[in-house]
Design a protein around this ligand. Structure first.
Ligand code: CMP
Length: 139
């Protein structure tokens, strides 16, 4: 994946609350192109693998339980400066600290139920995108 791409998930809280359409709309209106997208249910095993980098953190067990509690939308996004611009668009991990108008400020409920995920580096965007999408599914 090129460095102008990032990976995102609309998390179970936002999908269950019916915010998927509004979030995808905000992403597209902010200049991101959808390169790949799917709607799916993560098993606890798959959620655990995706967040394996956090396996030693105290919040890992709750995070895995939450991420497998309902369907999600996974997507690869493209834009110049994608990683940084997308992190600005979604706001801080903790929604109480997210700037007004950001996706987490508008839609997130808590630090776990924080509406969306966004990759933190080009390397992780590549790893995370490939976790969900084969080369054939990315254009
Ligand atoms: P995300 O960007 O998907 O990456 C890891 C997730 O762990 C994060 O969003 C939060 O939803 C969740 N999380 C829960 N507690 C914490 C914490 N103290 N610090 C960072 N992430 C946390």
């Amino acid at each position: 994946m090129a460095s102008n791409r990032t990976f995102t998930m609309v998390k179970p809280d936002a999908v269950a609350a019916g915010h998927t359409g509004a979030i995808i709309d905000q992403i597209i209106k902010s200049g991101f192109k959808l390169v790949a997208m799917k709607y799916l249910f993560l098993s606890p095993e798959k959620a655990g693998q995706f967040y394996a980098v956090h396996s030693e953190r105290p919040f890992y067990k709750d995070l895995v339980a939450f991420m497998s509690s309902g369907p999600i939308v996974a997507a690869i996004l493209e834009k110049d400066n994608a990683i940084e611009d997308y992190r600005k668009l979604i706001g801080a991990t903790d929604p109480t600290k997210a700037e007004a108008g950001t996706i987490r400020n508008l839609f997130a409920k808590s630090i776990d139920a924080n509406a969306v995920h966004g990759s933190d580096s080009d390397e992780n965007a590549q790893i995370e995108g490939s976790f969900f999408f084969s080369a054939f599914e990315q254009f």
